[in-house]
Design a binder for this molecule. Structure first.
Ligand code: MN
Length: 487
């Protein structure tokens, strides 16, 4: 990988991008890493270069790509984040710092796992782009996993499969999720992987590719005739998802029929429905499998029309019909969405607004129990995430109240709180909080201290201790006042 390749990839997204800055970051990183080497024996700079390239593929913005080039500088070299800040500004430096913090995440059993997820959510809440860099970093590390010792390999693969891949899915970055899952599959279940790879890649793919080609030809002709501009791609499901299906349904590979899908990419939403009409005229649809995710998008924002028809020789054949924008979003998720928003003229969307949408998505998915399934969030069953108006996240026990939240922020805020505003509604201090609530605490600086009645409803140990401490101190000082000379 060379810096020219990275620059070229960036220019595809944005011909106007300030690529001098990219070259500057590259030179900065080269100098900082000096003659460090990767475990693979390559010069270290290859790693940040690949990371930046993956980010450019994800259509990340320029500061994110710069952060990708610089992400290992403060951790692994003598150059400090202060120097990064001087050279590239606050925005890039704080992202690099965020990535450095995330590095402390290690998979060591359930406790660690919970801690890791919490850190991820926290990073997402501060700047979602930090998580994108972390994903790109992780993907390249996975691609070079062979160089590590087996024990470390397994640990990284496990952590990726349990934490990174589900979050990538949650954010709708499917391409990344598939790539990560297949690599992890290979290392965690080598025998199953090889067996399936052989069956799929060697035995079936030739036959399937021929079939897909025939369908493509027929459909393309009809779409041309109807005047619908289009592009058709055949897509094979990735190995890990097939294997999961086989496990879940206890089936053999030959019994899993939906191992491929055809994607029809058209110019606009109207043509999506027009193309659907053409497909249904050519082949009889199985209506029970028709899904209109354009009219009703999935919680993570995914949009497309899905239909399965009885194709040539009655073979079940799935089509996914979408516009180019929907297509990019389905591959790169939020980052692509952000990209399209940014390139819309007069767009005011800032990443922060985006974050709020992510949180909305998280809330919704959590409500349907989908997230619990995806991220095994049952570890969190007894925890809730509550947000400050600025977007900081606090992780509290279930049924916590605004008083617990206030003490979690700061003892003084707890001691002086008088009222809470929960999701813009004035609420009692004893009101139970729910996951995703945004809470503002109103304090009264003249307030003497906490009310011991709060002990009846607070849930956290911190709040309990502080309230008890305060009332003890208070009583003691009262007694001292009453009995002069007592120490
Ligand atoms: Mn790295």
């Amino acid at each position: 990988m060379t810096i020219e390749q990275v620059v070229q990839r960036i220019k595809i997204n944005d011909p106007e991008a300030d690529t001098d800055l990219v070259v500057k970051a590259y030179n900065f990183a080269i100098k900082a890493h000096g003659d460090q080497q990767r475990k693979t024996g390559e010069p270290y700079i290859q790693h940040p270069l690949h990371t930046a390239f993956i980010l450019a593929q994800m259509k990340a913005d320029l500061p994110t790509i710069l952060a990708g080039l610089l992400h290992d500088v403060p951790e692994d070299t003598k150059v400090s984040s202060e120097e990064v800040k001087q050279a590239f500004g606050e925005e890039v430096a704080s992202m690099v710092e965020g990535i450095t913090k995330l590095r402390k995440i290690r998979y060591r059993g359930v406790e660690r796992y919970r801690e890791s997820l919490k850190k991820m959510f926290l990073a997402m809440a501060t700047d979602i782009r930090v998580v994108f860099v972390k994903f790109a970093d992780r993907l390249h590390n996975l691609q070079t996993l062979e160089a590590l010792d087996p024990k470390k390999r397994i640990r990284i693969a496990k952590e990726t499969l349990e934490i990174y891949a589900p979050i990538a899915g949650l954010l709708g970055i499917w391409r990344l999720k598939w790539q990560m899952e297949d690599i992890c599959f290979k290392y965690l279940y080598p025998e199953e992987y090889q067996k399936l790879e052989y069956k799929y890649e060697i035995e079936r793919k030739v036959e399937l590719t021929q079939y897909i080609q025939k369908i493509k030809n027929t459909l393309s002709r009809e779409l041309d005739e109807a005047g619908i501009k289009h592009r058709i791609e055949g897509r094979f499901k990735h190995l890990f998802s097939i294997w999961q299906k086989m496990e879940a349904k206890d089936r053999q590979f030959d019994e899993i029929y939906d191992v491929f899908a055809l994607r029809v990419v058209v110019n606009n939403v109207a043509d999506c429905y027009n193309a659907l009409g053409v497909i249904h005229t050519l082949w009889r649809p199985n209506y029970s499998r028709f899904k209109d995710y354009i009219a009703v998008p999935k919680p993570n924002g995914y949009r497309s029309l899905h239909t399965t028809v009885f194709g040539l020789n009655g073979k079940a054949t799935e089509f996914q019909i979408r516009t180019e924008e929907m297509h990019q979003e389905s591959l790169y998720g939020l980052s692509a969405h952000l990209y399209y928003k940014q390139t819309e003229p007069g767009s005011q969307d800032k990443p922060m607004r985006w974050m709020q949408e992510v949180l909305e998505v998280q809330k919704e998915i959590k409500d349907t129990g989908e997230l619990i399934k995806q991220i095994k969030l049952n570890i969190f069953q007894d925890r809730i995430f509550v947000f400050t108006p600025k977007g900081d996240v606090y992780d509290l026990p279930k049924n916590s109240t605004p008083v617990d939240f206030a003490y979690a922020i700061h003892t003084d805020i707890g001691n002086k709180c008088t009222q809470a505003i929960i999701n813009s509604n004035i609420s009692e201090l004893s009101q139970e909080l729910k996951n995703g609530d945004m809470v503002e605490i109103i304090t009264d600086k003249n307030r003497k201290g906490p009310n011991s009645d709060w002990l009846k409803f607070v849930k956290t140990r911190k709040a309990k201790n502080r309230i008890k401490q305060y009332s003890k101190k208070f009583r003691l000082s009262d007694i001292k006042k009453m009995i002069p000379g007592l120490k």
